[in-house]
Design a protein around this ligand. Structure first.
Ligand SMILES: Nc1ncnc2c1ncn2[C@@H]1O[C@H](COP(=O)(O)OP(=O)(O)OP(=O)(O)O)[C@@H](O)[C@H]1O
Length: 140
């Protein structure tokens, strides 16, 4: 099967606790290759745009504040079935419900401060990658 791509964010709770390496190691051990990576401070406009689908949810404002509360690492991941592989290693949104061995079970703090984001479809992955990366920043 051909390699596909997904988009990942290492969230501020993880960068704050120096877990960028630990998260990346778990992604790599799950069979994903990091083909682009940069550490950025998201602007409010970026966070609101990125999470626009959640605009009407009660947790939207807190989520935006959290995502701009510190640096994040945005990444493009490549591998066979990359979207699903990443969702599997991330674990459930709420770390309390996540399987042992997943990033959120092992490393996350709470349902909001849950250490990672990962695209939920190939279509969204393409949109999210284009939101943060130019084509020539991705080196497969
Ligand atoms: N009930 C909630 N309270 C606070 N924050 C929440 C809640 N539900 C979701 N979030 C936050 O919003 C993000 C997006 O929610 P979504 O339902 O899309 O979860 P997800 O698909 O597992 O996570 P992500 O989109 O970040 O990969 C979650 O990762 C989490 O940080």
């Amino acid at each position: 099967m051909a390699a596909t791509r997904t988009f990942s964010i290492i969230k501020p709770d993880a960068t704050r606790r120096n877990l960028t390496g630990a998260v990346t190691k778990m992604l790599e051990e799950a069979g994903l290759r990091v083909v682009a990576s940069k550490r950025i401070k998201m602007t409010r406009e970026q966070a609101e745009g990125f999470y626009g689908v959640h605009r009407e949810r009660p947790f939207f404002n807190d989520l935006v504040e959290f995502m701009i509360s510190g640096p994040v690492v945005v990444q493009v991941l490549e591998g066979e079935n990359a979207v699903q592989k990443n969702r599997d290693i991330m674990g459930a949104t709420n770390p309390a419900n996540a399987e042992p061995g997943t990033i959120r079970k092992e490393l996350a703090e709470s349902i909001e401060a849950n250490s990672v984001h990962g695209s939920d479809s190939e279509e969204n992955a393409a949109t999210e990658i284009a939101f943060f990366f130019k084509d020539d920043e991705i080196v497969g």
